[in-house]
Design a protein around this ligand. Structure first.
Ligand SMILES: Cc1cc2nc3c(=O)[nH]c(=O)nc-3n(C[C@H](O)[C@H](O)[C@H](O)COP(=O)(O)OP(=O)(O)OC[C@H]3O[C@@H](n4cnc5c(N)ncnc54)[C@H](O)[C@@H]3O)c2cc1C
Length: 462
């Protein structure tokens, strides 16, 4: 009987434990325990309904073209409960020069859009004739964008997109780690427009939809009561192998066995396992894995996280000055606004606000304004309202507010991350049987966490 411990019951740890349980139920000789330091599962995923508004602590959606997370949803029986975003929410906006501009979705709207100047558009088209970059160079996203698409496209398109996905700083982030596929497309096809044309033609032949510049392709999905439904379904299935309020403080190895120190209810004990899958954020692993390997711990400590504050505000629909006819908007850094952007949550999904109300989710902070996470709730609300006034011209008084602050919200893959993750993998290979799941090696977001944790589980069970 192989004993396997999974540490951390966020979506990554739950996915790893679910995979192992499936193998065990199928006859594999496994004994699995899932340890979670908090009194509930879910980690960054937590949905709370307050006064009829659905508040999401961290992520608020999945993409239905990301196979790992969608497979998990199906496997826990949630296929028929998936809630598709409203079609109108495919429309996204960028705030630039005192106005919200519709982000073009296709070639036609690209040329008529007021977001970019004529010369900015020509510079994007000139991408067709740019030379291929050095395949081995770990460039920043800004370096890549300047080289291929020009400064204006970087400022108005790439920079806000990075804010929306990573709350990151594109002058530090690594293109080849954050957007591996884009790096590969340049190398394979010689450029992005060439790649889009070729792949678009191939998809057309197969009758598939393609993403286009405004959206990532696929459809944004969630559940009626938020992503919590996925966590609850997983916990229901894993209840008998999960230890809540059980914090792992150290991992070491003696002979063939890993020794975990577990703190629970004021007691501390040591437990032994043949395999360990660590699914906590990397900043937690730093101390936990120090007894195992100082080198791994050192490398993990070099991975930064962006802070984010999520300010959710509800308004009377009748107090609005404009229709919320889209997904929301992002703001380029060059606009020097205090907020990063705003999702029009109640326009994206049904069941997010009571009748007659709308719900907005404003993000502030990120890598370039990390100090904002220290502000009080009142200061953050005031900052969000100033942001809504100067971008949307909204001056109404909110009827509901809810704030979540994440000091270490989203993992950042800066230039040099590939070296860090190669060093970690090389060093960990010396201790056969330990795996790092979640977002550590390059897969950002829920799908990345699920994918790497499921792969770790399949390997650990061999
Ligand atoms: C504001 C915000 C918005 C986001 N939006 C999106 C989005 O829209 N779409 C998307 O795909 N992603 C989004 N993300 C990213 C997404 O939330 C993460 O990628 C994903 O939830 C990571 O899951 P995880 O299981 O790896 O880690 P976590 O969710 O951090 O879970 C780790 C778990 O480990 C536990 N733990 C920690 N220390 C210990 C210990 N010592 N012993 C035992 N257990 C421990 C924690 O309590 C936690 O439950 C967002 C993140 C934030 C913060």
């Amino acid at each position: 009987m192989k004993k396997i411990a999974v540490i951390g019951a966020g979506i990554g740890g739950l996915a790893a434990a679910h995979t192992l349980k499936k193998l065990r139920d199928g006859g594999r000789e496994l004994e699995v325990t899932l340890y979670e330091s908090a009194s509930q599962c879910g980690g960054k995923i937590l949905s709370e309904r307050k006064d009829g508004f659905l508040c999401e602590y961290g992520p608020n959606s999945l993409l239905d073209n990301r196979p790992s997370a969608m497979t998990l949803c199906r496997e826990v029986g949630l296929k028929d409960k998936i809630l598709r975003s409203n079609d109108a929410s495919r429309k996204r906006f960028i705030f630039s020069k005192n106005a919200l501009h519709y982000l073009p979705e296709g070639a036609g709207s690209f040329f008529t859009s007021g977001l970019l100047s004529f010369s900015g558009k020509l510079r994007i088209v000139a991408e067709l004739w740019q030379k291929k970059g050095d395949p081995t160079k770990d460039e920043t996203i800004r370096e890549f964008a300047y080289r291929r698409l020009g400064k204006e496209a970087y400022d108005k398109l790439l920079d806000p997109m990075i804010t929306g996905i990573f709350a990151g700083d594109p002058t530090k982030m690594s293109l080849m780690t954050c957007f591996t596929r884009i790096h590969e497309l340049e190398m394979e096809y010689g450029g992005l427009i060439k790649a889009m044309m070729k792949l678009g033609m191939e998809k057309k032949k197969k009758g598939e939809k393609s993403g286009g510049p405004a959206g990532p392709g696929g459809t944004i999905v969630s559940f009626k009561d938020g992503l919590q439904e996925l966590i609850d379904a997983l916990y229901d299935e894993l209840r008998d192998i999960t230890e809540l309020s059980a914090k792992i403080t150290s991992v070491s190895k003696v002979g063939d066995e890993f020794i975990l120190t577990v703190e629970k209810g004021g007691d501390s004990k040591e437990v032994r396992y043949d395999r360990v899958i660590v699914c906590t954020p990397t900043h937690v692993m730093v101390k936990m894995l120090q007894p195992l390997s100082r080198a791994v711990s050192y490398e993990l400590g070099r991975i930064p996280y962006a802070s984010v504050s999520v300010i959710a505000l509800g308004f009377n629909e009748s107090d609005l000055n404009r229709p919320l006819d889209g997904f929301g908007f992002l703001i380029p850094h060059s606009e020097k606004q205090e907020i990063l952007g705003c999702l029009w949550t109640s326009s994206i999904f049904a069941h997010r606000a009571p009748d007659g109300k709308v719900f907005l989710r404003i993000m502030a902070g990120g890598m370039r304004r990390s100090e904002l996470v220290e502000k009080s709730d009142d200061e953050l609300t005031a900052l969000a309202l100033r942001g809504l006034k100067s971008t949307m011209g909204l001056e109404a008084t909110p009827v509901f507010q809810n704030i979540y602050k994440h000091k270490k919200a989203i993992i950042q893959f800066h230039v040099g991350h590939k070296v860090i993750s190669d060093n970690i993998q090389k060093e960990l290979a010396k201790f056969q049987g330990i795996y790092l799941g979640c977002n550590t090696y390059g897969g950002i977001g829920i799908d990345g966490a699920v994918k790497s944790s499921v792969e770790a589980a399949l390997d650990a069970a061999k």
